[in-house]
Design a protein around this ligand. Structure first.
Ligand code: GP9
Ligand code: MN
Length: 420
């Protein structure tokens, strides 16, 4: 009811981070391309296997003049995996503590990025080389307000183009280009890659990059698979440049969640050159890469701690859209007031000074410290998750009408090929 929403509203405005004048509106009117980098973790960035860079293209972007690279960025996904990441990136709200929000709350009211941008004249589209019902995307995307959803039906899903869930990344981007070029500009789009998915095994001929030699199949193949993903991004950027879109498009790329689980800690210890992967290190391994390319804006390496819920306000502010009226729990990564306690879905958190794992608190060096030191941050993390859960579980955005926002009517959307 209305008292629920007032409480949430008060919490969110008390935590509002003002946009940074330097960047507010710096990308106004530009196209947006999101790329979900399947299972890509930050440890692979700048990693060398036998002296060879695994992700040479992404590594080169860190030094690109117009690219921000965030090296203390963490995934915050739960059981909804890729779809949880999508939800956080486009709503600045958390997925659910149990189950997938895409599956369980697709009928909710949302005020998602595509819907907000629709009011600014944007067209939106999602691209993914798997069938549209996976993760209930075909239902949740109506709620989010995607104009188009190019799923497996739009791609040549022949045997050589596919492995496990669907399209391999190189043909996926290749075949997406004409669809992308056909969109009315400005557009807001997302591309969800697939190849770098557990168990990471490659088909013969798809890469000449060597496998690792760490006595663990998934870990060994991860290097090949991540290299292939990197190569697909390089080719995509080339095509964007050729098409002329590159200079007029903000490109946000993020690792959706970890690829190598704790079950592989033994091999990971070898990969990282340590005796063992401790719980503290495992938490630090939840870093995923985040790149934001903004034409005409000088980028740099940003070491603020942040997570997936923080990206939407960051992007909105770059596009010159005020977020003050929206109920978003994240905070702009480029704001001077950005909050650096990053909650995980289970209530643990990381921050520059303290990390919470269960009942244990660690300092930046990974040494156990007194729990009292972390009490305030633990409370802040819990309050943030609680505010988000209230919104999602009680469908509170039904009762919230931001200034100038036109609500989405999900009946206006369908993703039946040939019908629009
Ligand atoms: C499937 C893709 C992978 O469509 O999003 O799913 P994941 O297992 O990573 O959530
Ligand atoms: Mn995924």
């Amino acid at each position: 009811d209305s008292s629920d929403i007032t409480e949430v509203q008060n919490f969110i405005s008390a935590n509002y981070a003002e946009p940074n004048d330097k960047y507010f509106g710096a990308a106004e009117g530009k196209n947006v391309i999101y790329v979900s980098l399947e299972s890509l973790q930050s440890f692979i960035i700048n990693y060398e296997l036998n002296g060879e860079e695994v992700t040479p293209f992404l590594n080169s972007l860190i030094k690109d003049d117009n690219t921000f690279y965030f090296d203390n960025f963490f995934h915050q996904t739960g059981q909804g995996k890729t779809s949880d990441a999508e939800f956080m990136m486009e709503n600045s709200l958390y997925g659910m503590s149990q189950g997938a929000v895409f599956v369980n709350k697709a009928q909710n009211t949302l005020q998602s990025a595509p819907a907000i941008l629709k009011g600014e004249g944007y067209t939106s589209a999602a691209f993914h080389g798997n069938y549209k019902t996976f993760w209930n995307r075909n239902e949740m995307y109506k709620t989010i307000g995607y104009d188009y959803f190019f799923d497996a039906e739009y791609y040549d899903m022949s045997e050589e183009n596919t492995k496990n869930y669907g399209m391999k990344d190189i043909p996926f981007f290749e075949q997406s280009m004409p669809l992308l070029e056909g969109l009315k500009q400005p557009f807001y789009t997302k591309f969800i890659t697939l190849s770098n998915h557990h168990p990471f095994e490659m088909d013969e001929g798809d890469t000449d990059f060597p496998a690792g030699d760490f006595g663990d199949n998934a870990v060994n193949h991860y290097f090949q698979s991540a290299h292939y993903l990197d190569e697909s991004i390089r080719l995509f950027f080339e095509e964007l440049k050729e098409s002329g879109l590159y200079d007029n498009t903000v490109i946000v790329m993020y690792g959706d969640h970890y690829g190598i689980s704790e079950n592989h800690n033994k091999a990971m210890a070898q990969v990282l050159g340590v005796d063992e992967v401790t719980p503290f290190m495992n938490t630090q391994l939840q870093r995923v890469p985040l790149f934001i390319h903004v034409p005409g804006v000088e980028g740099n390496v940003v070491s603020e701690f942040g997570g997936e819920v923080d990206v939407m306000p960051t992007l909105m502010h770059l596009l010159g859209i005020d977020t003050k009226d929206y109920l978003q729990v994240g905070s702009d990564l480029l704001s001077e007031q950005h909050r650096e306690t990053v909650p995980f879905r289970n209530g643990d958190f990381v921050s520059p000074t303290l990390t919470k794992i269960g009942d244990n608190y660690y300092n930046a060096e990974g040494e156990l410290v007194d729990a009292e030191q972390g009490a305030e941050q633990a409370e802040a993390a819990a309050a943030e998750l609680q505010a988000s859960d209230n919104i999602v579980m009680k469908d509170l955005l039904r009762f919230h009408q931001p200034d100038g926002f036109t609500p989405i009517n999900r009946d206006d959307y369908n993703y039946i090929k040939g019908s629009t």
